[in-house]
Write a protein that binds this ligand. Structure first.
Ligand SMILES: [Zn+2]
Ligand SMILES: [Zn+2]
Length: 300
């Protein structure tokens, strides 16, 4: 299984000299199995260059796009995904069922003529929509499992298994337990402490079980622990929580992902170092930790 990051940024694209290494495009990850099955996780602005890359490979595109949720930074690249315009290509789009609109309507909405010149219905590829609940499905040679996350929109986390390897894609997500502690409230536990203690929230335990033992965990690590104190309820995780969760779940390695737009490259470097130090302190078995970089490829 090959994983390639095409967009690693959260919230909004951040081109510029301070984000060259980790990248400025928003969420998009390509997963390819040894048999050539193509899965794409999210269609942030990173999917534009993935589309050009797929076209350059000179074959018909037949792939599966899994949307974690439909905030802009996860869908706004879709209208610029060239393979969707080409007859003969095939694209199956999956995502969580929204509260009051279909997945197709949500994507069509951002392509209304007020915002974009080509409506969704005019795309020439064969495109179908598949709404998901929690559970499991088979996509060619890939076993896909789904679990809802804790975010400000209906959001799905994914676990993909193929080629005797596994990857989990958990974004956007905020801790269950600690997001319930009001800012400035009397109880201010150290973020993540619950994961090693005895008062872990059931939702966090469920997520730990979901990602247990994966070869690669790609996870929302938008904030430092200090930043998170001021951003509770915004729907994103901090480095201490994610590190503790990864340790608890016994994952082989994890990628910091959905980088905060205001964080320059050296800021992300510092977050990676913090996570490595925290994991080492836990005395856990070796856990490889890195910051996801645009165009970086991982073989699993
Ligand atoms: Zn996001
Ligand atoms: Zn979001």
């Amino acid at each position: 299984m090959r994983v390639k990051f095409w967009g690693t940024r959260g919230s909004v694209p951040t081109p510029g000299p301070s984000t060259v290494r980790y990248g400025g495009n928003t969420s998009c990850v390509e997963v390819t199995t040894s048999r050539g099955t193509l899965l794409v996780l999210d269609s942030g602005t990173g999917i534009r260059e993935l589309g050009l890359d797929l076209m350059a490979r000179g074959k018909q595109v037949d792939g599966h796009l899994f949307l974690g949720h439909t905030h802009w930074d996860h869908i706004s690249g879709f209208p610029f995904f060239t393979p969707a315009f080409i007859p003969g290509n095939r694209l199956r789009i999956y995502g969580a069922r929204d509260l009051d609109r279909s997945l197709q309507d949500v994507l069509a909405g951002q392509m209304h003529y007020t915002y974009f010149p080509v409506p969704l219905g005019d795309l020439r590829a064969d495109i179908t929509f598949h709404e998901l609940d929690e559970g499991e499905l088979r996509v060619e040679d890939v076993r896909v499992r789904t679990q809802y996350l804790n975010h400000t929109a209906v959001t799905m986390g994914y676990r993909l298994e193929a080629d005797n390897a596994s990857v989990a894609y958990i974004t956007d997500h905020e801790p269950y337990g600690l997001s319930l502690v009001p800012p400035g409230g009397e109880t201010q536990p150290e973020v993540g402490r619950g994961l090693r203690g005895d008062f872990i929230h059931g939702g966090d335990q469920r997520l730990i079980d979901f990602v247990r033992g994966v070869d690669l965990l790609i996870m929302d690590t938008q904030y430092t622990p200090e930043e998170y104190q001021a951003k509770r309820g915004w729907g994103h995780s901090s480095t201490d929580y994610v590190t503790d969760l990864a340790v608890e779940a016994g994952v082989t390695r994890y990628a910091l992902f959905h980088h905060e737009p205001t964080h320059p490259d050296d800021g992300v470097d510092a977050m990676v170092q913090y996570c490595r130090d925290r994991a080492a302190e836990s005395g856990s078995t070796p856990l490889e930790i890195f910051g996801a970089q645009e165009r970086q490829t991982i073989e699993l």
